[in-house]
Design a protein around this ligand. Sequence first.
Ligand code: GLN
Length: 478
Amino acid sequence: MNVTELPIEDLCAAVRERELRAAQVAEAFLDAARRREAELHSFLRLEPEEVLADARRVDSVIASGEDPGPLAGLPVAVKDVIVTRGVPTTCGSRILEDYRPPYDATVVQRLKEAGAVVFGKTNCDEFAMGSSTENSAYGPTRNPWDASRVPGGSSGGSAACVAAGQAPIALGTDTGGSIRQPAAFCGVVGFKPTYGRVSRYGLVAFASSLDQIGPLARNVREAALLTRVIAGHDPRDSTSSRQPVENWLDRLDRDLDGLRVGVPKEWTGEGLDPEVRGAVEKASARLEALGCRLEEVSLPSSRYAIATYYIIAPAEASSNLARYDGVRYGPRREGEDLESMYLRTRSEGFGPEVKRRIMLGTYALSAGYYDAYFVKAAKVRRLVLQDFQRVFGTVDLLLGPTTPTPPFRLGEKTADPLAMYLSDVFTVTANLAGLPALSLPAGATEGGLPLGVQLVAPHFREGRLLQAAHGLEQELGS
Ligand code: GLN
């Protein structure tokens, strides 16, 4: 039996039944991780002793006859923007190099209560700002399919480690596409739940009105399984929803007959790589074969989505990142006075993309420009939402590409921030509107690089989204 290839439910059942020890599972994945880590650099921290100590704790719970929880012994890699008690959490930034959080994020706490084991901290763009993981202060992660290419970002380490079999599943975060875009680039499933579905307590804030935590997984079923554990109301996050979390797994195998699926015409037009377009066409045909009714729809305001996102996200970031000032957080660099201390601390601690966002955001919020930029963007954001509300009056789900291109090469877009920002053209709309969205693998390019397609559902319709994604996954896999 190859432990690293067991479906998660079988793996956890074997641990619960004492056919496998959690420590054995951890060892197996530590070996797998080691084999490719020098080439990929998926992890910012993976300390075998830490992982094994946690796994042994699960084994002793089992030995004492207590219920270890549904995810007994499951290693879960955690993006390094999610805090873990006593374990360094750097956000891919120099400014948090020495930060050891005094508490666990709610998602981490829920995973531990379910018997899971934190399996290291994964590499990411600094403060989750980027689409390639090249903005990490600790060096980039590489794409497991082709090491000359990026894994996507900002959750590039989480996507790469799952794709390479270094970990069975990982947590990522998605503010404008950072779960779905790397999932597409690495050939795995990436799921961003509805805004508010999963607590953000302990997620280091980038853009608080957009950020959401979710899984990067080998398949839809495992993504659903993990999300169920981390979802649900949390009194520590005032934006977390009280909507009950259903058992999404029960409905995964139901048929999709009669489901209405819209394909936004703005998502399949100019600028889309022909092989990505081919993947969307193939997915449409497979959904039709499953009994879905496909139709073209229009989201006219989505053409403003990138511009809107790049006002709102940097504005929120400029405010959220004010705390890294050498007083509250960050290693202090002394100066002659307070201002020069701030200047030195922040100049040395932040990388160029983070500084660019702080400047963009501060500008958009400054007196005299606030109405012209921030308020205008907030209004356009509402139009983006209204487009979705209108089309969801006639269709149940949307289908489109996850990214405009297959994975690009390292260095290809680093000199041109705008080209990098355009990687998110199809993903940011779901964040602006707070909708659940999922990327799943849909074949490969002629050169053997993974391609992804995206499904988007109305608020809190994760059940329908996962069901359709699961049905489509079975068809595309065959
Ligand atoms: N690539 C986008 C950005 O740089 C989205 C990042 C994210 O979702 N965290 O802002």
